[in-house]
Design a protein around this ligand. Structure first.
Ligand code: ACO
Length: 401
């Protein structure tokens, strides 16, 4: 495709495509997705292989820089991140201003935005070096904000990272270490979180990623673009679905576990209820991430010795949906969020934090997409519209209306 030639063209026909269902906003070499066949690859590598064999930090490097790192490259990346993982003490004052009841996604997006004031050099990224600095800066600070959002919610004192720990272990330590006691990580939990973060790391031009790219296209800085992306992710039709799924499964359990009743509600066009965690804009076959997560949920729960009746309700709903013409005809399959909440819950993560965990996983994808957009020197995103309002009207003074 001759993108340069297309860029100059502003005299074409304006097409209407609600929800951009058939519009490509950019060319991208990051994530390949085939929704008909249920294929997902990052930079050409199958999601199944990455989830099984790679670490989250390796995948982050792959997404952002295009190649799997050598061990030296990975060490340097990790060390550069660690060197930037200190959040200014004054940011805590902003955190203190939030009520404990504040949703952690609101806290996370606000604090990410606030980081701009504390790191103004992250805004101008005219050289490769500036861009790298902004990237390791946010890769270092974001997990701290995530942990703070959790601790604010649970009323725990803040904890600092430990440079001797791996990236994911350190996140868990900052989230869960109790005051005056030693933190011992559980390898099952570390591996499960690593896998979940990999599965969420990128998904081409979804709502939050498109938001990051479009905000970044005005040359707003990386942190501002990410903050906008976090807010886009928050909605229940997007990343907020993982919280909504668990709340739905809880409600079904409380209501006696009658899955058929909720299947009927989901199919009733007069009822706004939707089966959360089902359906996807692009996947019209099984979401490959859901397949991996379902298996992981079984393993993690059994490794941790957790018996969660909600997993049975989830499996029951899935079985019914796969045999129901309403869901089959509309190609509605479980998506990535259908089982992830069950694992997060088994790890002891509160339900309001689920979408924050999604944001933590999506961070490298957002960064990679923003970087690609800037490197490709994409023009400012500015869709057109088809105007359907009043044509010209005469103005009347307020006294004559
Ligand atoms: N439950 C019941 N019916 C559904 C569901 C559902 N979860 N999802 C879609 N449908 C129906 C719609 O009512 C519509 O039916 P109709 O053709 O009779 O009008 C048809 O399936 C197509 O649905 P659309 O909303 O047009 O599909 P769209 O691609 O716009 O939406 C979306 C995709 C938002 C994911 C939708 O399936 C949904 O709301 N799912 C539940 C929320 C969810 O799980 N979101 C997470 C998505 S994954 C992620 O962001 C990480």
């Amino acid at each position: 495709i001759d993108i340069k030639a297309l860029r100059g063209a502003t005299d074409g026909v304006t097409t209407i495509d609600p929800g951009f269902k058939n519009t490509g906003s950019c060319t991208s070499a990051i994530t390949f997705l085939n929704g008909e066949e249920g294929i997902l690859r990052y930079r050409g590598y199958a999601i199944e292989d990455l989830a099984e064999k790679a670490s989250f930090l390796e995948v982050a490097y792959l997404l952002i820089f295009g190649e799997l790192p050598t061990s030296d490259q990975l060490d340097k990346f990790h060390n550069d991140i660690k060197a930037q993982s200190h959040v200014d003490e004054d940011v805590k004052k902003i955190l203190d201003g939030f009520p404990k009841s504040a949703h952690p996604m609101g806290v996370l997006s606000s604090l990410t935005s606030a980081l701009i004031a504390f790191n103004p050099s992250s805004v101008n990224v005219d050289s490769e070096e500036d861009m790298y600095k902004a990237i390791v800066n946010i890769m270092g600070k974001f997990p701290v904000l995530v942990a703070w959002a959790l601790r604010k919610r649970t009323g725990q004192p803040l904890d600092y990272g430990d440079d001797n720990l791996g990236y994911v272990e350190n996140i868990l330590k900052m989230m869960f270490k109790k005051p005056n006691s030693e933190y011992k990580h559980n390898q099952v939990v570390v591996d499960a979180l690593d896998k979940l973060l990999i599965l969420h790391a990128d998904h081409e031009q979804n709502c939050s990623t498109s938001t990051v790219r479009i905000v970044g296209s005005s040359h707003a800085g990386l942190f501002a673009s990410l903050s906008a992306g976090i807010n886009a992710l928050w909605g229940p039709l997007h990343g907020g679905a993982n919280q909504a799924v668990l709340e739905m499964l809880e409600a079904i359990k409380e209501d006696g576990g009658d899955t058929k009743k909720y299947m009927a509600k989901a199919k009733d066009k007069e009822d706004p209820f939707r089966l959360m965690g089902f359906g996807h804009r692009v996947y019209k076959n099984f979401d490959p991430r859901a397949r991996i997560i379902k298996k992981a949920a079984d393993e993690v729960l059994s490794d941790l010795g957790v018996e969660d009746p909600i997993l049975e309700i989830a499996k029951g709903l899935e079985k019914e949906a796969l045999n129901d013409p309403y869901f089959v005809d509309r190609k509605l399959y479980p998506n990535v969020d259908f089982y992830s909440g069950i694992i997060y819950r088994a790890m002891g993560i509160p339900v309001e934090m689920f979408t924050v965990m999604f944001a933590l996983g999506r961070l490298p994808g957002w960064i990679a997409q923003w970087k690609e957009m800037r490197e490709n020197k994409e023009p400012i995103g500015r869709p057109r519209q088809v105007y359907v309002g009043e044509t010209h009207r005469e103005f009347k003074e307020v006294s004559k209306r």
